[in-house]
Design a protein around this ligand. Structure first.
Ligand SMILES: [Mn+2]
Length: 402
């Protein structure tokens, strides 16, 4: 039996006012080709299918077109769970009709734990999957008025661990002979490498659990949320597949899907399949001349889409004229500069005022609040204010995703 693990498609992502549909569609073509040529039996998508609760229609169409083509292959089922970017009700809405196509969607945590347990059998191989979507605060913790931040954090974390353990226990009691056990989830696991584009799912590290807190019964745990492909801590079998395309300039272009094979002796092995890059996201920094030269020397292979560039000037004159010159150099060489910023010193980067510099939308909400706190003169500690802000932000984002 062969299984593919992927996650964090973020269909419909808005990136500096541009969409990623061409890149996402290229990935889905590649994925279908892999499923077909490797005779894959099951596809696991570990959350963040969409970038927002209300994705653009074109993103939804991409998703349903993919499902249609997957079904047409007639040999591959799918397990799809909700991530923190997905709206659980939105993902779950077509779940009944999709179940008739052998596409199993678990957008939000079901009331009955047993509904999150899926079983498959093919060619004498048995597989059981605990499909645990992103657990929202309200799934695992009842609010207690006046509860301290630390107590709240501890209870949320305990609730997440408990949910995983409850499911593991149920699986254990109904386990069949030679059954291979998998889990799929969407969360932050401690020790993971973050990039700019993962919205922190909980306040600080709240809700992030470490490798040894996952139930030990699983042969493989297919995670979503972190965009770099990686194992959690030293546990090779607890893995993030990462996103199929780089979702921010800080992400490396090395992307993969994970191929899991269940052998005749019921053992499981896994390996990476590299995803070809559809479009490069480039970071260039230095003086205006250095950057311009680097842009002029760029060469884009014909199978790649126009590269997108983020420029950071480290020295020299900063003016709208320089900005225009850099953009013109890019345009002349089939490249697009999405952002020109200036590095003032080691920590501050300011963006040049121009039409593509989006004053507020480029900033994470917390960063805006931190800026504001810099000029705060009151008696409350900035740290406490930040925690309160995070708390409210988290609540708003949860509501947003409903
Ligand atoms: Mn996520």
């Amino acid at each position: 039996m062969k299984i593919l693990h992927t996650a964090d498609w973020h269909l419909g992502q808005n990136f500096f006012e541009r969409d990623r549909l061409e890149e996402q569609s290229a990935f889905l073509d590649f994925l279908l080709k892999q499923i077909e040529t490797r005779s894959i039996d099951l596809l696991i998508i570990a959350g963040d299918i969409f970038d927002t609760a209300n994705p653009p229609r074109a993103a939804e169409q991409l998703y349903f077109d993919f499902i249609t083509r997957l079904h047409a292959l007639q040999h591959c089922e799918a397990v799809i769970i909700g991530g923190n970017h997905d709206s659980a009700p939105h993902l779950d809405a077509p779940r009944t009709v999709l179940s008739h196509l052998n596409i199993h969607v678990i957008g939000g945590m079901p009331d009955q734990t047993s509904d999150a347990i899926l079983r498959f059998e093919r060619n004498g191989k048995r597989l059981c999957i605990a499909a645990i979507p992103f657990l929202r605060d309200r799934d695992v913790r009842r609010a207690i008025e006046g509860e301290s931040f630390d107590a709240m954090e501890a209870r949320t974390k305990a609730g997440i661990i408990q949910t995983y353990q409850n499911i593991a226990q149920q699986i254990q009691t109904s386990r069949q002979d030679d059954e291979v056990l998998l889990a799929t989830g969407h969360l932050t696991a401690v020790g993971g490498r973050l990039s700019d584009s993962e919205r922190s799912v909980h306040i600080g590290n709240l809700g992030s659990i470490s490798a040894e807190q996952f139930p030990p019964i699983f042969d493989y745990i297919a995670l979503g949320h972190l965009h770099h492909p990686q194992a959690v801590g030293a546990c090779e079998h607890i893995r993030y597949s990462g996103s199929p395309i780089p979702l921010s300039f800080s992400e490396s272009s090395e992307k993969e899907i994970r191929l899991l094979t269940i052998h005749d002796d019921h053992s499981l092995t896994h390996q990476a399949i590299d995803i070809p890059l559809a479009r490069r996201l480039l970071r260039l920094s230095g003086s205006a001349d250095t950057v311009r030269q680097a842009i002029e020397e760029l060469s884009t292979p014909s199978h790649e889409l126009t590269p997108w560039i983020e420029v950071t000037l480290t020295e020299g004159d900063v003016s709208p004229l320089i900005n225009d010159q850099i953009r013109a150099a890019a345009a002349a060489n089939d490249a697009v500069v999405l952002k020109v910023g200036r590095k003032l010193n080691n920590s501050q980067i300011s963006a040049l005022p121009d039409q593509t510099t989006k004053a507020i939308s480029e900033w994470e909400p917390l960063a805006v609040f931190e800026k504001r706190i810099e000029s705060y003169q009151g008696d409350l500690s900035p740290e406490a204010l930040k925690q309160c802000f995070n708390h409210i932000l988290h609540a708003v984002q949860e509501d947003d995703a409903q």
